[in-house]
Design a protein around this ligand. Structure first.
Ligand code: AHR
Length: 511
């Protein structure tokens, strides 16, 4: 090796040894508020997501309130769940609300043709759903049936829920036990109109949306925000057509994107027992949503410069091959540390688009896809995703603060490379500065220097979620194998260094 090459190699090695990520929070430049509904949830009549997982009925030996299991409701309350979307999903376009009101014993049993072909007892209907959201202290997001329903059916459902008059529908609601109107925060017209909602074109759906919303009426003090069914993945035509063509009566356009480890619907990849190849592809496929949101926001900024229309990611999360031995129509999957990392990466991205992304709903709340909670008869466990949501509670309604990341190394495997560190900061409603950090590298801890421009970072304290294995998860035998533990760091010599463990999520309050 000649002298020059040696000198270059030595200096590269030295750089590698010092290399550390520098995260600078600009506390003096507050940005948009992170709508608490970015932390919304989704509960569909699918598998054991509602029946068994949450609803056991008032006569169950499992302790419950108005039929909803107490253990699950108590755990969800700790997440400060702001919003629940119901009854679907694809199920919404086959749901007829009149079959879910009145005495439960008289309600028709149907077939859930969307999910597993099982019996749908209609035991959970409008009143039961509002019992749930009221127990949780959450807002309601009701998804109307455009596919097999009608404008009249949707309009009458909205009147039934919101009218304070003596109309026949309001009186029917009273007869069914609810005097005061329900509060509907959001009402969607159909779901995935490009697929299970009717295989429509954007232009056809846009016309149907305009007609439907003409007849969706509610008292001015109880008017929901109206959500149009939008696109998915890289398709921009839905956002573009809807935002160009619909004038008024549109508060948001929905968007769906699922993280599939292999990127292929036929063989998606397993929830546990995967190799590092599927770890990094999961991270990469998760981060892909950033560009999708950016592109949609660009279209919205052109067509809706006044920013009246929100971009609502009302379905997102991991979608794996179902667990062996379970009904393939039930979408039941384990949930590991990898899912917590996916959730945190998504949160950090959503925060960056807080101005437009005003609501998201992870799919789904219990026992379905990337769930918060798994249940087995009277047992329940909190998943790593649950813990990620819990750690991020201070970001609900917080004000974003710009974060600059310098010298962010890549985590690489084969031909795939992703940024090692993801970061997001906000000033919480309590006035404190919160910083969320993710280390995507499953093999290496990394050192992050934290600076607060216009302030001083003397110490950080909060919690960290990590584990030895990439697929570490909780089981009914070991429900607390993966859970957050306290995390602190102090400034030394005027420098605040935070050691992020390999494959970890950290949320701290910067003092
Ligand atoms: O979340 C499961 C399903 O995924 C929803 O019903 C549907 O909207 C989407 O395709």
């Amino acid at each position: 090796m000649n002298k020059t090459i040696f000198a270059v190699a030595a200096s590269l090695l030295a750089c590698a040894a010092w290399a550390e990520t520098v995260v600078t929070i600009d506390a003096a430049k507050p940005g948009a508020v992170i709508n608490k509904n970015v932390y919304g949830q989704f509960a569909e009549h699918l598998g054991t997501g509602i029946y068994e997982g949450m609803w056991v009925g008032p006569d169950s030996p499992i302790p419950n309130t108005k039929g909803w299991r107490n253990d699950v409701v108590d755990a969800l309350k700790e997440l400060h769940v702001p919003l629940v979307r119901w009854p679907g999903g694809c199920f919404a376009d086959e749901y007829h609300w009149r079959e879910g009101i009145g005495p439960r014993k008289d309600r028709p049993v149907k077939v859930n043709t969307m999910w597993g072909g099982v019996e749908e007892p209609n035991s959970v209907g409008t009143h039961e759903f509002f019992d749930l959201v009221e127990l949780l202290g959450a807002d309601a997001y009701v998804n109307g049936n455009l596919g097999t329903g009608s404008n009249q059916e949707m309009a009458e459902w909205l009147e039934y829920m919101t009218s304070n008059t003596k109309s026949g529908l309001a009186e029917l609601r009273r007869k069914n036990g609810r005097d005061k109107p329900f509060k509907v925060a959001y009402f969607a017209v159909g779901n995935e109109a490009w697929g299970c909602g009717g295989n429509m074109t954007p232009a056809h759906y846009t016309n149907l949306y305009k007609t439907a919303t003409t007849f969706l009426k509610a008292p001015h003090d109880n008017r929901p925000k109206f959500i149009a069914s939008g696109g998915n993945d890289h398709d921009l035509t839905w956002t573009s057509t809807l935002s160009k063509e619909v004038k008024g009566n549109i508060d948001g356009i929905s968007f769906h994107y699922y993280t599939i480890p292999t990127g292929k619907w036929e063989v998606k990849g397993a929830a546990t027992g995967f190799g590092e190849g599927e770890w990094i592809s999961t991270v990469k496929n998760t981060l892909a949503i950033d560009k999708m949101i950016a592109n949609n926001v660009k279209v919205l900024d052109q067509n809706d410069p006044q920013k009246k229309i929100g971009f609502m990611v009302d379905e997102w999360g991991t979608w794996y091959d179902v667990e062996k031995g379970t009904n393939s129509g039930f979408l039941y999957q384990q949930n590991s540390l990898r899912d917590a990392v996916v959730a945190a990466l998504n949160f950090n991205i959503f925060h960056n688009y807080a101005e437009r992304v005003r609501m998201t709903n992870i799919a789904q709340m219990v026992n379905v896809l990337q769930a918060m909670i798994l249940t087995d008869k009277d047992k329940m466990l909190k998943t790593p995703t649950y813990h990620a949501y819990h750690m991020y509670v201070p970001f609900q309604d917080a004000t974003t603060l710009p974060v600059a990341i310098k010298d962010n190394a890549s985590y690489k495997l084969g031909n795939t490379a992703v940024p090692q560190v993801s970061a997001s900061a906000a000033r919480g409603k309590d006035g404190k500065v919160y910083l969320a950090l993710v280390n995507t590298n499953p093999n290496k801890e990394t050192e992050v220097t934290v600076n607060v421009a216009g302030g001083k970072a003397g110490a950080v304290q909060g919690s960290v979620l990590t584990a030895d294995a990439m697929d570490a998860h909780n089981t009914f035998a070991q429900p607390e194998a993966v859970k957050p533990v306290p995390f602190t760091a102090q400034a030394k010599g005027g420098k605040l260094s935070v050691k992020l463990p390999a494959k970890s999520v950290v949320v701290v309050n910067v003092e």
